[in-house]
Design a binder for this molecule. Sequence first.
Ligand SMILES: [Zn+2]
Length: 237
Amino acid sequence: MPKIGSRKQPRVVSRTCWTPGESKSMAFTYSTNSKRYHDTTTGKFVGRVEVRKQLDDVIDVSADRMKSWTSDLIGNTYTIEEWQSLMAEEVRMLHMSMAAAANGGWDAMSTGNWSRVENYLNYQYDRLEGFAEEIFTGEQVTNGTMLYRATLYAESARATYEGERFFLEKSAGSTQEMNILGGSDHCVDCQRASEAGWVSIGTLIPIGSRACQAKCHCTIIYRTGPKDTLGSEIESF
Ligand SMILES: [Zn+2]
């Protein structure tokens, strides 16, 4: 059994931030004109699927970290309060980083963007509080389901990234969207979304709200196009 600890609000400490341009493994520069990342060396566009793949890698590392902390909680290395603090801070940095990546970097974040991030975070903190409470009461058993549940706090950052991209594209005047099926996504909602081709913006079930929930590896691309191009095949992304 994990140590009980007190159940006051977790302490939040700063950790390293991440956006595509700051990654050691890739050097991307964001263009506000094209709303795309470019390879800093070659100047070429970086495919949206590639950007998303890099972000998924960041999310996977974060999920592993959360799993490890939760395993340490089960092993009594942390109190529930310490564990909750670590989890809350990781959630905060990950969701902020994903929102910044979607909007073209930290400097591009507007008050409106941060306000939405705050809403995402408050939702996640509430869920984390419920999770901690269930661990405290024993309703959440300390087995594999607890580790799996912990990783969902990282996986949920995909929806933050895709949600911010939706707001960015809609406010920039994009009128159509298309689902690009993730490599490991086979849920019925993702399959249907992919088969629809180009549809009016706002038609697709948002990523994170489909049957595969936070695990969704699909991405959505956008364009401005005339009505008679709806349902057409993808040309490039
Ligand atoms: Zn999917």
